[in-house]
Design a protein around this ligand. Structure first.
Ligand code: FMN
Length: 246
């Protein structure tokens, strides 16, 4: 297997359609059609710093339509996507994010002091903190939820793998959504910390007990550029036939 990673082969094309805000449905579909799949995958990353300019309904609709192309356990399609633009709701979710970050972020900062490559981690911490401080200026939050009834049976102990089956029914759709956003030129980030208190999240979003909030995708036109991002090399994660054999 070759160990060289080829550069994205349509980068010239992409330079012309990157990141510029548009509300034109034809242009949105053109970007979706023209962006190569591997290019979108190569360059998609968490973009937390976004501009407050509006994101058109059509772009959100296309992202969610493409999210629905993903698989779900038993083809349950037990997903719901709540599109939040209201500043009051965003502020309430942002308050939850800040609360969770007090714990999570303090661990992150301590870790950063001890990590050899401090720069990378510190950059991530700074971008998360920007996002928390500016949460109600983010144009759109999509709260990705699962409804009950597929894979998990209440009050009956199930093997740990049942969790994989359950949450595995929302994350493929979220990845589709992230890639669609990337193709359109939107900055997107997948976040879960604002939902740490499910009780508060339910109250804020008016969720019935049968609907579980799993993750939020925050969307807006990006302030910065896509990529590069740090990833392990493929050799360190591939095993042949049995764990540990290269
Ligand atoms: C399940 C899950 C939960 C995450 N929750 C958060 C979050 O609450 N806040 C945040 O800033 N990023 C969150 N992330 C994003 C990761 O921190 C991010 O994907 C990772 O640092 C890699 O960075 P990249 O997306 O730029 O490649 C989450 C990612 C996943 C997969």
């Amino acid at each position: 297997m070759s160990t060289d990673k080829l550069p994205p082969n349509n980068s010239n094309l992409q330079d012309t359609i990157d990141r510029s805000p548009t509300s034109d449905p034809v242009e949105i579909d053109r970007r979706l059609a023209l962006t190569g799949l591997s290019f979108a995958m190569d360059t998609q990353r968490s973009i937390r710093r976004v501009n407050p300019d509006p994101v058109p309904d059509y772009a959100i609709r296309r992202c969610i339509e493409l999210a629905l192309e993903a698989p779900t356990g038993s083809n349950g399609q037990n997903w719901h996507f709540i599109v939040v633009r209201d500043s009051v709701t965003k502020t309430k979710l942002g308050d939850q994010y800040r609360r969770a970050w007090k714990i999570y972020g303090s661990v992150g900062h301590k870790l950063a002091e001890r990590t050899p490559d401090q720069g990378q981690l510190k950059k991530i911490l700074a971008s998360v903190e920007w996002q928390i401080d500016n949460f109600n200026t983010i144009p759109v939050l999509i709260v990705c939820c699962l409804s009950a009834g597929h894979g998990r049976v209440p009050f009956i102990p199930l093997p740990p793998n049942a969790n994989s089956g359950h949450y595995g029914s929302i994350y493929p759709s979220i990845q589709n959504l992230l890639l669609a956003a990337r193709a359109i030129g939107l900055g997107a980030s997948l976040i879960t910390l604002p939902l740490w208190s499910e009780i508060f999240a339910r109250k804020i979003l008016g969720l019935p007990l049968t609907v579980e909030p799993c993750a939020i995708v925050a969307l807006g036109w990006p302030k910065g550029k896509y990529g590069p991002k740090a990833r392990k090399s493929v050799e360190t994660v591939i095993h042949t036939e049995r764990f540990g054999s290269s």
